[in-house]
Design a protein around this ligand. Structure first.
Ligand code: LMR
Length: 330
């Protein structure tokens, strides 16, 4: 009798719990993997996203951030995303080559004069449409995030393109970047970000291109005596997720997660603008690396030899898209 009553009570408790939704339901976990340090625009954006989600969706969605290539490096993260092993990442726009040729637009040297032009283009229809460029491959772009303009760091002072001839440069996995360095007769080597410091330190390569915040946070300036302030290219990111994961979320959660992400991106963009100045200053103050400025005539020489790269990739990227991005400059 007693046993019957307890079983009935337990059954009642279980059905009551299901009626209001199981209190022990597992949260949706978003593993966010990235390759940079936490104290960078991307690192801070990811942590902000995690905090906003915890604050607003506490319990229902949990964001776990894995910085510094801890979980996946550049080469593996998108594959891992399609397999469901990671749910979000923000690779640089140079790292989508295997999934779309269009995004290579952003690697064209001297395309954008400043970040205001980048913002203008990215918020245009053409820029927004590019977020969906990998849909057929199962990847959804959720937004762009800035880092900034790239500089050239080297073991030799670089003022004009002829100074680069014969040097080995690490590049991200982009054929446009490879063509850019070949145009100045350097040897480009596609290597993951996690290997750059050691390659520079051991002199296996002579230089690399990156933003002030990456050069500072990964200590490249400690092993590169010269940095040319070239602002020759853009380092920007796309926050991506898998279409499968994204569409599996309930409508309500998808809206809330996207809102938190948009806010985190705005925050990350402010960090980027700030770090482009403060991290540069920290490198100057360290006196470990000398910063070289280009005269307008010297800069014109770089533009002249690198700009033909645009033509080379016009058929893959599309002339109209290149024009639209270039026109954002004025
Ligand atoms: C690089 O590989 O040089 C950078 O794109 C790393 C990053 O994500 O900022």
């Amino acid at each position: 009798m007693f046993r019957k009553v307890t079983l009935a009570a337990a059954a009642l408790a279980i059905s009551a719990a299901f009626a209001v939704g199981p209190v022990w339901a597992k949260p949706v976990v978003i593993k966010f993997s990235h390759v940079v340090a936490e104290n960078t625009p991307k690192g801070q954006m990811a942590n902000k996203f995690k905090d906003l989600v915890a604050e607003r969706l506490g319990g229902k969605v949990v964001v776990e951030v894995y910085p510094n290539s801890q979980l996946f490096g550049d080469n593996k993260v998108l594959e891992a995303m399609l397999l469901g092993d990671v749910q979000m990442a923000a690779p640089s726009l140079s790292k989508f080559e295997r999934y779309t040729k269009k995004v290579a637009l952003y690697d064209l040297p001297f395309l954008f004069e400043d970040m205001a032009a980048v913002d203008k283009f990215q918020s245009s229809k053409e820029g927004q449409d590019m977020l969906a460029a990998m849909k057929k491959k199962g990847l959804v772009g959720l937004g762009y995030l800035h880092n900034g303009l790239k500089q050239l760091s080297s073991s030799k002072p670089l003022k004009v393109p002829a100074d680069v001839a014969g040097l080995k440069f690490r590049i991200m996995s982009s054929d446009v970047l490879a063509a850019q360095f070949k145009a100045v007769k350097a040897t480009p080597l596609k290597k993951p970000f996690s290997e750059v410091f050691t390659l520079l330190q051991t002199r296996a390569i002579d230089g690399q291109e990156n933003t002030w915040s990456n050069i500072y946070s990964k200590k490249f300036f400690e092993v590169q005596p010269y940095i040319t302030e070239s602002n020759h290219g853009l380092l920007d990111y796309m926050v991506v997720t898998s279409a499968e994961f994204w569409m599996d979320l309930s409508d309500e959660l998808r809206v809330e997660v996207k809102k938190a992400l948009d806010e985190a991106i705005l925050f990350g963009n402010k960090v980027a603008a700030d770090k482009a100045k403060t991290d540069k200053q920290k490198i100057i103050d360290s006196k470990r690396s000398q910063i070289l400025e280009l005269t307008p005539e010297e800069r014109a020489q770089w533009v002249e030899v690198m700009k033909p790269v645009w033509k080379k990739f016009e058929h893959e990227i599309g002339k109209e898209l290149i024009d639209a991005a270039y026109n954002a400059n004025n």
